[in-house]
Design a protein around this ligand. Structure first.
Ligand SMILES: Cc1cc2nc3c(=O)[nH]c(=O)nc-3n(C[C@H](O)[C@H](O)[C@H](O)COP(=O)(O)OP(=O)(O)OC[C@H]3O[C@@H](n4cnc5c(N)ncnc54)[C@H](O)[C@@H]3O)c2cc1C
Length: 290
């Protein structure tokens, strides 16, 4: 990989309107720069060769991190991962998100990288994605033509492909208030602490002891072309049956739904093994320990 960046026009708008104007003008030949921790790597390796780079860090209205009691959390496009971790409500109310973001790379990288950049990069290994999937997050996409809300489950289309149109950008992610009393956790298997996930699994459980009301959600990173939530396990846990039996069934469903690849981080077989082990561990802990 060359350390030299390719040639591109660099813009640093100070308003959202200016950024949208530029996106419309370059018709898909421009890239948004937030923290740059993915984009700069992709530019250097020539995976991306845009005519223009639009640095959004100077747009004040995108630096919004706000919790609205009873409604949820708004995370603007330039909010860094460390800013998110430092917000007390994120740890207490949105623990599964906190747990996933604290395991993303290292302190230095999290000082620059954003949550929105993590999902817009659309890596199957994006650590925040499984947490956002179990939390039913919504993505606000804006262009000169107007704005729309995309459910996070519809946002990831393929490896490095999102539902965004070429002239659209994400201004914020909205994470609704999690179900009352819910518990959440993220497990990440890696080769070393700063590496991408070999497998990541996020879980959210509410009302563990009341089968009819019980909520169980599971979502994964690095087991398919996109981060995935496995909806098929959710009805299962409404059955009033012994927990070990339900967990066995949930693991079997998960193993049928994943389609991992073999790459430098792990084999298809090893990833399946991790899905089995991590799903069991996560569910047992969420049910029994909280
Ligand atoms: C050493 C290293 C370790 C890493 N470790 C991890 C890890 O453990 N887990 C993990 O998940 N990731 C990891 N990453 C990847 C990266 O750091 C994260 O994905 C990060 O969150 C990206 O955020 P960013 O703000 O830097 O995005 P950028 O690089 O600025 O942007 C990423 C992509 O999203 C687009 N984009 C950004 N913002 C918007 C927007 N508002 N609207 C539309 N498009 C937008 C950009 O054009 C670009 O294509 C690592 C990267 C490095 C270099």
């Amino acid at each position: 990989m060359s350390l030299i960046l390719p040639k591109f026009e660099y813009y640093k708008p100070s308003t959202l309107d200016e950024a949208l104007e530029l996106l419309a003008k370059f018709k898909g030949d421009a890239r948004i720069l937030a923290g740059g921790t993915d984009l700069i790597v992709d530019l250097r390796s020539r995976i991306k060769k845009p005519k223009a780079v639009i640095d959004i860090k100077g747009i004040k209205e995108l630096h919004k991190l706000e919790y609205i009691e009873g409604k949820g959390l708004i995370v603007g496009a330039t909010v860094t991962l460390n800013e998110l971790l430092e917000h007390p409500i994120v740890k207490s109310k949105f623990h599964v998100l906190y747990d996933s973001v604290r395991q993303l790379a290292d302190m230095q990288l999290r000082n620059r990288a954003t949550l929105v950049g993590n999902i817009c990069n659309a890596s199957p290994a994006a650590d925040s994605a499984p947490a956002l999937l179990v939390l039913d997050a919504k993505v606000k996409a804006v262009s000169k033509r107007g704005e729309r809300v995309i459910e996070i489950k519809d946002f990831f289309k393929w490896v490095k492909k999102t539902a965004l149109e070429p002239d659209e950008m994400v201004t914020e992610v909205f994470i609704p208030e999690p179900p009352e009393g819910s518990r959440g956790k993220y497990y990440k298997a890696t080769r070393n602490v700063e590496d991408l996930a070999i497998v990541g699994v996020a879980g959210l459980v509410a009302y563990p002891n009341e089968p009819s009301k019980r909520i169980v959600r599971l979502a994964y990173a690095s087991v398919a072309p996109t981060p995935i939530r496995i909806y098929e396990v959710e009805e299962l846990f409404k059955r009033d049956e012994p927990l070990p039996k339900l967990i066995d069934e949930a693991v079997n469903i998960a193993l049928r739904k994943v389609s991992p690849i073999t790459d430098v981080r792990g084999s298809d077989w090893y990833r399946r093994h991790l899905v089995d082990v991590l799903t069991r561990k996560l569910l047992i802990e969420l049910f029994l320990e909280g």
